[in-house]
Design a protein around this ligand. Structure first.
Ligand SMILES: NC(=O)C1=CN([C@@H]2O[C@H](COP(=O)(O)OP(=O)(O)OC[C@H]3O[C@@H](n4cnc5c(N)ncnc54)[C@H](O)[C@@H]3O)[C@@H](O)[C@H]2O)[C@@H](O)CC1
Ligand SMILES: [K+]
Length: 557
């Protein structure tokens, strides 16, 4: 049984689901005001940890915009005084200057409670709100903070210079594109280049798709409240989030389950979910064929390196036996890089692509637990792609394999397949495969779900937040990755790794989408680790294969 924190960290909700969960809590007797108090108290405490009060020398607020504390975007951290030698100043007092941005709904209410708490802790607080109408609870909190003498401004120009801002303009209640005046204010706030902590989500983002509704706050930190909102896991939101973290406020799991059902339809991959699917530990008595036999079909004279990278990815998976079909002329190269693998040299087309599969005697496709095809094939390898698609073997299709599949007609071709199929497109390949499906640039989760439902395949849509869907509508999202992986060849490594894992678990009772999620997670964790040690510029695909070997060891559960 997983602990509550682990279960909560896997959950992803839409705005509608969050509202339903919230309504159950209120219907059960939790007062709305009490919940707001609790949540905002947690936010205020977290803010004090990130931006603690600091000692400032001099005679009070100077109001010079652009000076003061400069937070580093996306990197939390302590603030140090920018004032010269405050410790030696005779006019010492403790302060941090906070601008609180207040919207009309309960996101604004949260912000006002935060304002009050920070005020009582000694922060200098100013409130900005361009609205004249507020929800009842928000209005009461506004009245109270004003009664305390906290200044309140409706014009953004009046807001004094702050060390950081707290964004409570809109949360999951934002329904429509921002009006020009609010958009202009948000643009101006962004231009100040101050650290901004967004409550729940950066104001201006659509809660489900992450779409920017006109404009949006560019946050330094996003404190997502209670449960992860889907929009925060969509690629188009990432430029706005800064460092995102969950503020857990003890939503009962029973309420989550009542709204989402026992198996949530969209889940975050966590280290625990990923590691649970790895084929570990091995049984003490086993042999190489019991630990999976993978056939890779990859490479061409033009793209020889793709075959090596795919094979090194597969090697890292621990697969029992690895066979690699390449054009005959690539055989010596592959043997020199992977002495343990069985290299199958195949007849070549004039252009140096694999013309047909020529397996060793007494071997046919049924000898393999899984096949991965595609990297570096070129489009001239059509015949072999058709052959493996027609087979009854579990199959991963990537790269040129996907381009050939698109030419064959993706949906009718895959609907004829009985065995497991996994597709691993990036956005461009996805659009070629599925020209009539929802645009992955607008809503990746919707797109990947439709693709899986229509083909019967498990579809992995690559991106900053890789999304994986099975035909029944379950979606896994990988919540952590690194732009270091945006390099030629890193996708080939993933195909090999996934192939090797699939071959190992295909006979076990493990859902295919779970092993795909594990491969995506492992691949990105290796990238993160490599980038930490070598910077984001230092993670070429070969280097990545070296980090795959060690990355699991570095995850502390
Ligand atoms: N879900 C929960 O359990 C909790 C939610 N809380 C907070 O409540 C928030 C949701 O509150 P609300 O439902 O009041 O929603 P919001 O505070 O996100 O905003 C809704 C308000 O904005 C208005 N609005 C929507 N789109 C607009 C636009 N484009 N231009 C101008 N006005 C617009 C709406 O008419 C409504 O008054 C959460 O994000 C969170 O911050 C917390 O207070 C406590 C716990
Ligand atoms: K917000």
């Amino acid at each position: 049984m997983q602990n509550r924190q682990e279960q909560i960290s896997q959950v992803v909700v839409t705005a509608g689901q969050m509202r339903d969960i919230e309504e159950r809590i209120f219907a059960a007797g939790m007062p709305v005001a009490a919940l707001m108090e609790k949540v905002a108290g947690l936010i205020a405490r977290r803010i004090q940890e990130i931006y603690p009060l600091f000692e400032r020398g001099g005679a009070g607020v100077q109001g010079c915009r652009g000076a003061g504390v400069q937070g580093s975007r996306g990197v939390g951290g302590e603030i140090t005084s920018s004032s010269p030698s405050s410790s030696s100043s005779p006019l010492l007092f403790s302060s941090s200057r906070v601008g609180i941005l207040v919207g009309p709904g309960h996101n604004g209410g949260d912000a006002l409670v935060v304002a009050r708490e920070l005020y009582f802790r000694g922060y200098e607080v100013w409130i900005y709100s361009p609205f004249s109408k507020f929800k009842e609870l928000t209005s009461q909190h506004l009245q109270y903070v004003r009664s305390l003498g906290i200044p309140y401004y409706q014009d953004i120009e009046q807001l004094p210079d702050c060390d950081f801002l707290v964004d409570g303009l809109f949360g999951f209640g934002l329904e429509r594109t921002l009006t020009d005046s609010i958009a202009a204010a948000i643009n101006q706030l962004n231009e100040w280049d101050k650290p901004i902590i967004s409550i729940d989500l950066p104001s201006g983002l659509h809660t489900d798709t992450g779409e920017v509704l006109g404009t949006a706050i560019r946050a330094t930190h996003t404190f997502c409240l209670g449960l992860w909102k889907l929009g925060l896991l969509q690629d188009q939101a990432l430029d706005y989030l800064g460092k995102a973290e969950l503020i857990d406020f003890d939503i009962p799991l029973a309420d989550v389950q009542a709204v989402l059902g026992d198996t949530p339809k969209i889940k975050r991959i966590t280290p625990a979910t990923a590691l649970a699917t790895l084929p570990l530990p091995r049984p003490p008595v086993t042999h190489k064929y019991k630990e999976g036999h993978l056939l890779l079909i990859c490479g061409s004279r033009r793209y020889a390196g793709g075959a090596i990278l795919t094979a090194l990815g597969a090697r890292s998976s621990g697969v029992g036996m690895l066979s690699i079909a390449v054009p005959e002329s690539l055989k010596p190269l592959l043997v020199s890089h992977l002495p343990e693998a069985l290299i199958v040299g195949c007849p070549e087309t004039e252009t140096g692509a694999i013309a047909q599969l020529q397996l060793p005697e007494k071997t046919d496709l049924s000898s393999f637990n899984a096949i991965a095809i595609g990297p570096g094939l070129t489009k001239d390898a059509t015949a072999i792609v058709q052959e493996v698609i027609a087979s009854d073997r579990p199959l991963i299709i990537d790269a040129d394999g996907l381009n050939i599949l698109a030419q064959m007609g993706t949906i009718p071709t895959l609907q004829k397949r009985q065995a497991t199929t996994i597709l691993t497109p990036h956005t461009g390949e996805f659009q070629r495969l599925f020209p009539d499906i929802a645009d992955p640039k607008l809503d990746r989760v919707k797109a990947v779900r439709e693709a899986a439902a229509q083909t019967g395949a498990v579809v992995l849509l690559k991106g900053a937040r890789t999304a994986i869907a099975n035909p029944q509508g379950l979606v896994w999202i990988n919540p952590e990755s690194t732009p270091a992986l945006a390099r030629g060849g890193s996708g080939d490594v993933l195909t090999g790794l996934l192939g090797g894992l699939l071959a190992q678990v295909v006979t076990k009772q493990i859902a295919v989408e779970n092993i795909v999620a594990t491969a995506a997670w492992w691949h990105s964790q290796a990238g993160i680790l490599a980038a930490e040690e070598r910077t984001e510029l230092g993670v070429d695909a070969f280097t990545l294969t070296q980090y795959l070997k060690s990355s699991i060891l570095f995850i502390k559960l």
